[in-house]
Ligand binder design. Structure first.
Ligand SMILES: [Zn+2]
Length: 80
């Protein structure tokens, strides 16, 4: 550990942040190619619109549950 930062808080223990040198810090579980592939696949699934089954190019917002063109058809966009 390289440093420790304490941020005082009222009536509670200070907020402590432990700072590590990046070259000394090791990830707990290194990412394997299989894990990266799973991550990419999971992200691709999250980008696919369940309505039009197209890759929206971004993660589908949970609040919409579909891509923007499906959530907001052109007709409604003109009216708004
Ligand atoms: Zn869509």
């Amino acid at each position: 550990m390289a440093a420790q930062v304490e941020r005082p808080r009222r009536r509670r223990d200070p907020l402590v942040a432990y700072l590590y040198r990046i070259e000394q810090a090791k990830p707990v579980r290194p990412m394997t190619p299989a894990k990266w592939a799973a991550l990419v696949k999971a992200n691709a699934a999250r980008r696919m619109c369940p309505q039009c089954h197209a890759d929206a190019g971004y993660v589908i917002p949970v609040s919409l549950g579909m891509c923007a063109p499906c959530a907001y058809p052109a007709d409604e966009q003109r009216a708004a």
